[in-house]
Design a protein around this ligand. Structure first.
Ligand code: SAM
Length: 212
């Protein structure tokens, strides 16, 4: 995330709340940051730890509970998942430090319509925008900005749909989903894709704030 790169100098203390495989955390570490990644999946923590350089470490923790760090432990907090980290972001970030979040709202929005049954249809009642507004209002953070971002991409082959649908799941599950759905997905590609691929749209909310 290029926004964060602007905030990072040597020794900047960064928390990646929901670090996954550590792709972004390792990038910031390569810029000189001291990074801690937390994830509530032990498999991701293990995968990220396996590749960690000297400036990043990864631990199991869930942002739905209090995180095991003292007040003001970080200069920058980043998250790319749900909004639960805002409960503690102001406590964990030193005054004047930065908080950023990229929150997936509707991801590949066309897929539930094209492949009903493979993807859950988004509930009308669900409003990430409203949840974010509420959490941010209660966060104690300052200078809060909330911007919508739209990302359009072209899936190249039916297996890309399977990969997205089965992200983080076992090979067994992936095999079962593949066998059950590959013909129908191939049919969708034949009907709807053009030379660029199958066009899908994802919407995100980009949050930036300053700790008080
Ligand atoms: C979209 S991935 C982001 C990965 C990473 N930041 C990156 O882009 O390289 C979101 C990650 O957040 C983790 N996650 C989701 N909810 C969480 C929670 N409440 N506490 C900790 N981790 C969580 C998931 O396990 C997943 O690995």
């Amino acid at each position: 995330m290029s926004l964060l790169s602007e905030w990072i100098v040597s020794g900047t203390r960064v928390l990646d709340a929901g670090c996954g495989h550590g792709d972004e955390a390792e990038y910031w570490a390569s810029l000189g940051a001291d990074v801690i990644g937390v994830d509530f999946s032990q498999a991701y923590v293990d995968a990220a730890s396996h590749r960690a350089g000297r400036q990043a470490r990864y631990i199991w923790a869930s942002t739905k509970e209090s995180l095991p760090f003292a007040d003001d432990s970080f200069d920058v907090i980043y998250t790319k998942k749900g909004p639960s980290v805002y409960r503690e972001a102001n406590r964990l970030t030193r005054r004047g430090g930065r908080v950023a979040g990229l929150h997936p709202d509707r991801v590949m929005a066309e897929l539930p319509e094209l492949l009903p049954g493979l993807f859950p249809v988004a509930s009308e009642a669900h409003s990430l925008e409203h949840t974010l507004q509420t959490r941010l209002r209660q966060s104690g953070l300052d200078q809060i900005e909330m911007r919508p971002l739209r990302h359009i991409e072209y899936l190249q082959m039916p297996e890309d749909v399977i990969r997205y649908r089965c992200f983080g799941q076992s090979e067994n599950v992936r095999g079962t989903v593949h066998d059950a759905w590959i013909d129908e997905i191939t049919n969708v590609f034949q009907r709807c894709a053009d030379v660029r691929g199958l066009r899908v749209t994802s919407d995100f909310w980009l949050i930036t704030a300053v700790a008080d």
